[in-house]
Design a protein around this ligand. Structure first.
Ligand SMILES: Cc1ncc(C[n+]2csc(CCOP(=O)(O)OP(=O)(O)O)c2C)c(N)n1
Ligand SMILES: [Mg+2]
Length: 603
């Protein structure tokens, strides 16, 4: 027997293929919980150290199939788990001790709940006799995450009076609740009495474990949740086909669509119908778009009143999650549509402008393929041709403008990354202007890489950690485009990046505060505006990058940015590339560009 009391089939009497620590009842339960999580596909554990969670941490340490990451900051650990879940669709597991440690999970839990990502939170707690007594490091943890979790449960202290099937089926149910539609976070508050370390108590657990010998000898979860297929309903198909058939000016909007098969089926349907496609940056269909139906510059087109008046749609087919562009939503709201059909794979309403007339909750790929099969070959319409022409004109103006400007502007950075992005990487976009600039200015001529962002609640927090988790989950380096305030918000998480499995190239646009507010009416309000909204700080990131062992460069021109980015891509390390941008110049560029586009589109 090892020092931790681990026994397996090699030890007589404990007839199991699984490593179960039998040092004491806490370690037995810890082993069962961790093994069952792994069997259920939740094998990525983000652990933040603490004493009360020792039975869980030691069980993870003793399970060879557990993939682990240890981080001191629970908030960052939770965001990392979120990024991992975003990349893989699998539940990531969080382990922490009691008290404020658990409370630090809240921001990521809110994002996971809103963006429907599976997380399993195992927060350690003191036993019931110590709660509400003033015992150290205790608080009301049982329902800490309120309505933001799909399920929460106060797991009783490990006890021989409770059969070992109970922790197993509880984990199975927890994973099911986290991953079934709509996916989301699940909280198990795990109470433990002393001893917390795997110290030998001399107990014999053979009779206790005898009822689960079948499970011990297998490699499957105790309760297997069978998946039922979601079929496409024929009357609904008839109704939707009829609406699409009758449309004279239809647009396909692609929202957040993480699965390539869904994306491709939606694009094939658009091609069949010959409808223009407005592909949101998080759809995955924008960067490297090979299809002619994709209208990359729809957002800039909608800065023109002429376009807004003459190209109004009568029908929208929106496939996938929410979209970044507020301008698009405002235009649709003003457009007195006949129909707005929203096709999604979850039950949660996404309709901030209250325009959806038909909502189809289904398997996106099969629904789009079935619809495609019902639609005859269509010739290119005038409506489609006008959109293609409009987007082409904007592309031309934008290229010319960027070539002429001597300054480093945010549009230029977004455009450069969209064409320079390496095909072997993924792109993670921070909230605020990075995601908007990419949505507005990205070209389609670069590589088609996965694009991700925390758009559930659009926080500027936890972005570095989310990108790091995404890199681990997707198994590729990630390029992160982030603002200075968002980076300041998550400096701690730079500590995650020196590890080679988490390669993130951080491109930080330092415009000395929240540049986004310059685009809002509040920017007219002088000194109070600067202080209370922009929050200028004057910080640079060179020494922070060095502190965390990361390569650092500072790009002062677009050519420098290009060469520094290319260099960072070929290095086998994470890096920070700082791009200092002047906010006032950036706004001047923006206004001139929009004026120029307006004039070009009137011709
Ligand atoms: C956690 C959180 N706090 C505050 C906000 C409000 N907010 C939105 S954008 C923004 C400014 C972000 O600045 P920066 O990251 O530098 O990006 P920039 O606006 O300059 O592009 C703030 C404070 C938020 N979205 N999330
Ligand atoms: Mg900024």
């Amino acid at each position: 027997m090892g020092r931790d009391g681990t026994k397996n089939s090699k030890h007589t009497g404990y007839n199991s293929a699984v490593s179960i620590s039998v040092a004491n009842i806490n370690s037995v339960w810890g082993s069962l919980l961790v093994e069952e999580l792994i069997r259920s596909g939740a094998d990525y554990f983000c652990i933040s150290p603490g004493s009360r969670s020792a039975p869980l941490a030691m069980a993870i340490a003793n399970n060879a199939r557990a993939n682990t990451f240890v981080h001191f900051d629970e908030r960052g650990a939770a965001y990392r788990a979120l990024g991992y879940a975003r990349a893989t669709g699998k539940s990531a597991v969080l382990i922490c001790t009691s008290g404020t440690a658990a409370a630090n999970y809240l921001p990521a839990v809110v994002e996971a709940s809103s963006d429907m990502l599976p997380l399993i939170l195992l927060t350690a707690d003191r036993p019931p006799e110590l709660l509400e007594t003033g015992a150290n490091q205790t608080t009301r943890q049982a329902c800490l995450f309120g309505e933001f979790v799909r399920w929460s449960f106060n797991l009783p202290c490990p006890d021989r009076a409770i059969p070992p099937e109970m922790p197993l089926t509880t984990i199975d149910y927890a994973v099911q609740q986290a991953t079934r539609v709509p996916a989301g976070p699940v909280h198990l508050n795990c109470m433990f009495r002393e001893p917390l370390a795997p110290v030998e108590t001399g107990e014999d657990f053979r009779s206790y474990l005898s009822s689960i010998t079948g499970w011990l000898d297998s490699s499957e979860p105790y309760t297997k949740y069978e998946q039922a297929e979601r079929v496409v309903d024929t009357p609904a198909l008839d109704r939707i086909s009829k609406i699409l058939d009758r449309a004279k000016a239809g647009i396909v909007i692609l929202g957040h669509l993480p699965r390539a098969s869904d994306r491709n089926a939606a694009l094939a349907l658009a091609e069949r119908m010959q409808w223009p496609v407005f592909a949101d940056i998080t759809s995955g269909a924008r960067l490297g778009a090979a299809r002619t139906e994709v209208i990359p510059f729809f957002n800039l087109a909608l800065t023109s009143d002429h376009v807004k008046q003459t190209l109004r749609p009568d029908t929208i087919l929106h496939v996938g999650g929410r979209v970044v562009s507020k301008r698009l939503m405002q235009w649709i709201e003003e457009s007195s549509l006949k129909s707005y059909i929203h096709v999604v794979d979850h039950p949660t309403r996404i309709d901030p402008i209250h325009c959806v007339t038909h909502r189809v909750e289904t398997d996106i790929e099969s629904f789009c393929r079935t619809l495609s099969g019902r639609i005859g070959e269509t010739a290119r319409s005038d409506y489609m041709s006008l959109w293609l022409r409009t987007s082409g004109v904007i592309d031309h103006v934008l290229q010319q403008f960027l070539a002429e400007t001597g300054e480093l502007v945010e549009a230029g950075v977004a455009r450069l990354l969209s064409t320079e992005i390496s095909p072997d990487t993924a792109l993670f976009l921070a909230s605020s202007m990075p995601i908007r600039d990419m949505d507005i200015f990205a070209a389609t001529g670069g590589a088609a890489v996965p694009v991700a962002a925390n758009r559930g609640v659009s926080g500027i927090d936890g972005t570095v950690a989310s990108a790091a988790g995404y890199a681990v989950g997707i198994g590729q380096p990630v390029t992160l485009l982030i603002g200075d305030l968002a980076l300041l918000h998550d400096l701690n998480s730079l500590a995650m990046l020196h590890n080679s499995e988490t390669r993130v190239i951080v491109v930080v646009i330092n415009n000395n505060g929240g540049g986004i507010f310059d685009h809002l009416p509040i920017s007219e309000f002088g000194e109070s505006y600067e202080k209370f909204f922009v929050n200028p700080h004057g910080f640079r990131f060179e020494f922070v990058a060095k502190q965390f062992g990361l390569d650092y460069t500072h790009a002062q021109t677009i050519a420098e940015l290009r060469s520094q980015y290319r260099q960072a891509i070929i290095q086998e390390r994470s890096a920070v590339i700082e791009v200092a941008v002047d906010r006032a110049e950036n706004m001047r560029f923006h206004k001139r560009l929009i004026h120029e586009i307006g004039s070009a589109l009137k011709l």
